[in-house]
Each structure stands twice: as C-alpha cells, then as structure tokens.
Design a protein around this ligand. Structure first.
Ligand code: AMP
Length: 467
C-alpha cells in the first residue's frame, strides 16, 4: 500500500514524502483509514512501530477539515502521553507532518517553567500534546480548557498505569466532552487497561502489531564477562573503536550513570547522563545533542530512557545487566531501528550471571561470549552478603517513598501516608514506634504468646495487631 491510497491531504503527503517515508507501516495501514472516518481505535502497539504517525496524520487531516474560526483557535485534539520525552517527540512529529499546514500545535509537560507553555497556549493552538500532571495543573489554574476537544489520544496507556498516572488520566477524561473520537494505544493490555479502554471507546476498530523486527533477529549481540571494577576500563576501550558512532549506555541506578560519566570523562571520553535527578532542561539538552550527533555517548537509566527514539543508534551497552529480562529486550531494541542492524554489548559480572541466564531463557538464544579481551573476569565467587545495617535500610526506605516511580512509592500523590496504617504488612517498615515504651509493648506482646494486652503508647489500631 502507498500513502497516496490513504486519502490524505496534499500538504500531509508532501511532508511525509520529505521525511523519506515510502510506505505506511502496518499500524498506519490499519489505523489511518478508520481514524480518518472518525471511528474509535484501540491500538495494541509499542514505540517503534510508527504509531505516532498512525494517529497524528488522521488528526491533522480532520482538524484541517474543521478549521477554527480565525482569531479563536480552540484545542481540537488532545494527546496524553506519560513521559516528557515522549510528549516532545510526539509534538515534533506533529510539527513535521503538519509543516505545510497552518495548524498550530503545542506541548506541555512538567519539570520546566510553565510560562512559555502558557504563553503559547494563549496565542491559540489546535493540537495539544501533554503529560497528565502539567495538564491538570494548568486546567486547575484555568489557563486552558479542553471542552472543545473532539479527538482524544491516550498514548502508552499501560505505562500510565505503571507510572502511577492513571488517576490523573481519569481526571482529564472526566473533563472531556462525551461526544468525541478516542484513539487508545497501549503496548500491553492488562486487565485494568482493558477495562479503561472499554469505558472510553465505543465500537472501536482494533489494530494490533508487533514491532517490525524483533531485536533478537536483527541485532548483533555479545556479552563480556568482566569484574565490576573493570567495567569502566572495558567500556572506555570499546567506545574508542571506530565502528561505535553513537552509544547508549544503560546503568541500573542514577548514581551508576553519573559515575560512568565521570569515569569516562577522566579518560577523555565526553558523555552525559540522563536520569530522574537531572533537570528537565539538562535531560533535553543531552538528548538533543545526542540525537544531532554532537554527543557520542549518552548514559541512561531505564526509566529515563523510556520513549527515547534515536534514529541510527549504532551501539547499546548494558553496563549493568537488568534483573528483568524484558528490560534487556527493550534496551537493545533502541538500536537496529527501521530495519537497520545494530550492536548490543553487555557486561556481566559474577553477580549478574543469573540475570544473563534469565535473559537467554527469554530470548531463547545463547548470547555469544567475547572471551578474548584485556579485562577477563577474575572473581568467580559471589561475595558473601553482609547484613545491611538498620540505618542504611531506613535510608533506602525513605528514598523509595520519595521516588514516585518505585512500586512501593508512598508519595502524597499516589497513596496517602495514612495508608501505611491500613496495610498491616508495611506498618512496621515505615512507622517506627515513637517511644521506647511502645517498642517495649510490642516485645511484651510476643512474649505473651499473643494474649491480648491493653496498649498504653502504641498507635496501631486494634484490628491490625499481630503477634
Ligand atoms: P514511532 O513508533 O511512532 O515512535 O515511530 C518510530 C520511528 O519510525 C520514527 O523515527 C518515525 O519517524 C519512523 N516512521 C514512522 N512511520 C514511518 C514510515 N511509514 N516509514 C518509515 N519510517 C517511519
């Protein structure tokens, strides 16, 4: 099929031709015709399949067919997406596909000043791309309204759920007009997402695609067994090889990412890190210079790297192996995009061997081992685990509570603090008895074989007492 057969307007066809798209991807082929007719669409697809154009092209065309009255532009299309990086990418796609139209699009997301965003909104926009937090924030301040939205896209619905944004999403949905077209995209369809889709869509056309090429087939993968302390030397050595044009290096933690950047800097390799502790502007600048090719090495954590779409990425390095095997597949899928070959190099120390086994089980393939390298593994035994001191455990628990992405996040937005009292299993973990008297009380209760005692200082509700 050709783009010309999709009944798209001439300015849109001109723009996609300029971008070098030759034919629609499978999801575009399936989703564009019903979306152009105003039907709801339920798309089961992930980034990399061309799903952005699958909703952006019909939206541009439908808004073109229904132009706003001059001087009174209203937001006709709203695209809600979980991360700032994705929001920016989608906005850039709208700008590119709508290049030869007079439509105005705008992107809003948190972590940066709202002033330029509000200024742009004030001048009038037809298409708005937003993350849920900033959208609700600006609606709350009465700086924008979404009452005229006739096309609503919910992008990456499953990630919205994972990242704890689903309540924000529901809040937005309540403010949308009932009469509208909804395009719903999710890479996976867990029960909660299926229910949400059912409540939002009426008689949707279902489209489902798997990424064009599974990474396993296209990507040249290898693993180096190396001790933790030598990973930095090995990375520096490999990055110097001429075939490494651009490299995305994955670490498990934010501190790890910063450390790798520092260590590479010491041997004269310029790299930048993106992770949740970096300001939005710093992340954006690093990403932009990486995409432009000005920065060769970007070091990222998995969460920060979500939604990053870098064309022509030559190498992915797994500095740390992920403990979730699917993450490995997502990481290496960053290279080898659009049918190109890519290279994924993993470092595995003694502690990560079980992770490697899990990955190989998932991809049903042994990853070739590069044995001949200057930093072969010398530690073959797992270090004896020392018990983690209580104060370190407490610090970690506090950090977990602050991190909104953590599965046990306890930030005010997602779970009220009082919830700790409702949940028996977590009560002791987060709330230490206030006084010596109360801790004494717990000890005594155990000694008493669970016999009921009258509490003097403990705050725990009686129905939650355990031995
Ligand atoms: P997406 O899944 O929307 O993030 O798109 C992934 C990449 O594929 C982006 O870099 C797009 O520019 C590119 N792309 C989207 N549609 C096509 C197409 N029909 N032909 C070639 N590349 C495309």
């Amino acid at each position: 099929m050709k783009f010309e057969q999709l009944n798209l307007a001439a300015p849109i066809l001109k723009a996609i031709k300029e971008m070098g798209y030759e034919k629609p991807s499978p999801i575009q082929e399936q989703a564009i015709p019903p979306a152009l007719l105003g039907q709801d669409v339920l798309g089961c697809a992930q980034t990399g399949t061309g799903k952005t154009a699958a909703f952006a092209l019909p939206i541009i065309q439908r808004v073109l067919n229904n132009p706003s009255i001059k001087g009174n532009r209203k937001i006709q299309a709203l695209i809600l997406t979980p991360t700032r990086e994705l929001a920016l990418q989608i906005y850039e796609s709208f700008e590119a596909y709508g290049k030869y139209t007079r439509l105005r699009s705008c992107v809003i997301f948190g972590g940066v000043s709202q002033t330029p965003q509000v200024e742009k909104l004030r001048r009038g926009v037809d298409i708005l791309v937003a993350t849920p937090g900033r959208l609700n924030d600006l609606i709350g301040q009465q700086l924008l309204d979404i009452r005229d939205v006739s096309i609503f896209v919910l992008d990456e619905a499953d990630r919205m759920l994972d990242m704890g944004f689903i309540q924000d999403v529901r809040k937005v949905i309540r403010l949308l007009p009932q009469e509208r077209q909804t395009l719903f995209f999710s890479a996976t369809m867990p029960k909660e997402i299926t229910e949400l889709a059912d409540s939002l869509l009426s008689n949707p056309v279902k489209v489902e695609v798997v990424p064009a090429a599974t990474p396993v087939e296209l990507i040249d993968q290898s693993v180096y067994f190396v001790d933790k302390a030598n990973k930095r030397n090995l990375l520096a050595m490999l990055l110097e090889e001429p075939q490494v044009e651009s490299a995305l290096v994955f670490t498990r933690t934010k501190h790890g990412a910063d450390r790798v950047v520092r260590e590479l800097g010491r041997v004269g390799i310029k790299a930048q890190a993106i992770h949740g502790d970096k300001s939005q502007n710093a992340r954006q600048m690093a990403l932009t210079s990486f995409k432009k090719g000005a920065l060769k090495v970007l070091v990222a954590t998995d969460i920060a790297a979500r939604g990053i779409d870098v064309e022509e990425l030559s190498h992915v390095f797994n500095y740390d192996l992920p403990n979730i095997p699917e993450t490995y597949v997502h990481r290496i899928g960053r290279t080898g995009r659009a049918g190109m070959s890519g290279t994924a190099i993993s470092f595995c120390d003694i502690e990560e061997k079980p992770y490697l086994a899990d990955i190989e089980r998932l991809i049903r393939k042994k990853i070739p081992v590069v044995a001949d390298h200057p930093y072969p593994m010398e530690i073959f035994e797992l270090p004896v685990k020392q018990p983690v001191p209580r104060h370190v455990r407490n610090q970690r628990a506090a950090a977990e509570r602050k991190n909104p992405y953590h599965p046990r996040a306890k930030t005010a937005d997602f779970q009220p603090k009082e919830a700790a009292y409702d949940d028996n299993s977590k009560w002791n973990r987060f709330e230490k008895p206030k006084s010596k008297k109360s801790s004494h009380y717990f000890r005594n209760r155990n000694d008493n074989n669970g016999k009921k005692q009258v509490s003097s200082g403990g705050k725990r509700p009686s129905n939650q007492r355990q031995g």
